[in-house]
Structures are given as C-alpha cells and as structure tokens.
Design a protein. Structure first.
Length: 50
C-alpha cells in the first residue's frame, strides 16, 4: 500500500518510492512529511518498510 504526504498511516518506518533513499519513522498520529531528497512534489508516495 502507498501513502501520500500528509497522511497518518500509523506507527512504522516509511520510504519514499521516488528516490528509494529517504526514510521516516512515525508514531501513531504522525503525518508523513515531504521527502528530504525529492521535496514535496505531488507525485511523492511512501511505502511501509518496517
């Protein structure tokens, strides 16, 4: 499943699918931020990796 910037997908580690480099770890209630590599483009998606 893929997630957009600003979504609250739940606790876990997520990776940008555009660059496959940027990873972010979220707690419950946190929102996905813009990618630190790609920026905040509208086609940025994240996938859960952990």
């Amino acid at each position: 499943m893929l997630y957009d910037i600003g979504e609250k997908p739940g606790k876990g580690t997520y990776q940008c699918t555009s660059c496959n480099k940027w990873e972010v770890t979220l707690d419950d209630g946190d929102r996905l931020p813009p990618c630190g590599e790609c920026g905040s483009g509208q086609n940025i998606k994240y996938k859960k990796i952990k």
